[in-house]
Ligand binder design. Structure first.
Ligand code: BGC
Length: 254
């Protein structure tokens, strides 16, 4: 177990990739603050699996589209767990729409949750670590679309592109405090975020042809990398984004 005695906050961990990360970090020995917009139902299942791994878990509701909620989330996690060592900025949403039809409201929702939420949660977490003079690890769950265009998802691309450079900037600003900052860029992972894709068989078949490893990813594929980046095995790793995409991003076909 690589995370014995550590405490981690995983945003958006009620389901999907966030849930798999929360469970994997717990299996590696960490206590987990589980956050989601709703903490009834699905988030309780994450909690049950964290507890089944023999670790303490707490549930905190927060809407990360608002900076004050992000700050309250970190304060509450610190109050209940005593301190934090690891932050996984995983909460994210996407909205499909042709660029020329994107509304201001949809743009704001996507940018606020995916980018502003990660920004101010990281700020509160960094203040906590600097204030208590302790090192720590920030892991930003981005997407292959921090690099690759995704037609029909311009606001999502803008948010993930922002997250890419936020990762690099924070690695430089927070490195002197012993805080590492890395990104994970998942490709096509089978979760609820792409339910419309999963329900569209011809689209899935076209997608699978573009994935050299020939399958969609599992949340656990992403969680395994998060466990490494959260551990002391990755103490000298900062400022980079790691792809978990079965080879999708670099597979160009004529
Ligand atoms: C998106 C998915 C998409 C995948 C691969 C992810 O970031 O959330 O909707 O299927 O990228 O394109």
């Amino acid at each position: 177990m690589r995370l014995e005695g550590k405490r981690a906050l995983v945003t958006g961990s009620g389901r999907g990739i966030g849930r798999a990360i929360a469970i994997r970090l717990a299996r590696e020995g960490a206590e987990i603050a589980i956050n989601d917009l709703h903490i009834e139902g699905e988030a309780r299942q994450t909690l049950a699996e964290v507890e089944a791994a023999g670790r303490r878990g707490i549930l905190i509701r927060a809407d990360l589209a608002h900076a004050d909620e992000a700050r309250r989330l970190v304060e509450e996690a610190v109050r209940q767990l005593g301190s934090l060592d690891i932050l996984v900025n995983n909460a994210g949403i996407e909205k499909r729409s042709p660029f020329v039809e994107v509304s201001e409201q949809d743009y704001d929702t996507v940018l606020h949750v995916n980018l502003k939420g990660a920004f101010f949660t990281s700020q509160a977490f960094a203040r906590h670590l600097i204030g208590t003079k302790r090192p720590g690890k920030i892991i930003n769950i981005s997407s292959v679309h921090e690099e690759l265009p995704f037609p029909g998802y311009a606001s999502y691309c803008a948010s993930k592109g922002g997250l890419q450079l936020l990762t690099r900037d924070l690695a430089v600003e927070l490195g002197p405090h012993g805080i590492t900052v890395n990104g994970i860029a998942p490709g096509a992972i089978a979760t609820e975020i792409n339910r419309s894709l999963l329900d569209d068989k011809p689209r899935v078949e076209r997608l699978l042809k573009q994935i050299p490893l020939g399958r969609m990813g599992k949340p656990e594929d992403v969680a395994a990398l998060a466990a490494f980046l959260a551990s002391s095995d990755a103490d000298y790793v900062t400022g980079s984004t790691y792809y978990v995409d079965g080879g999708l991003a670099w597979h160009y076909q004529e």
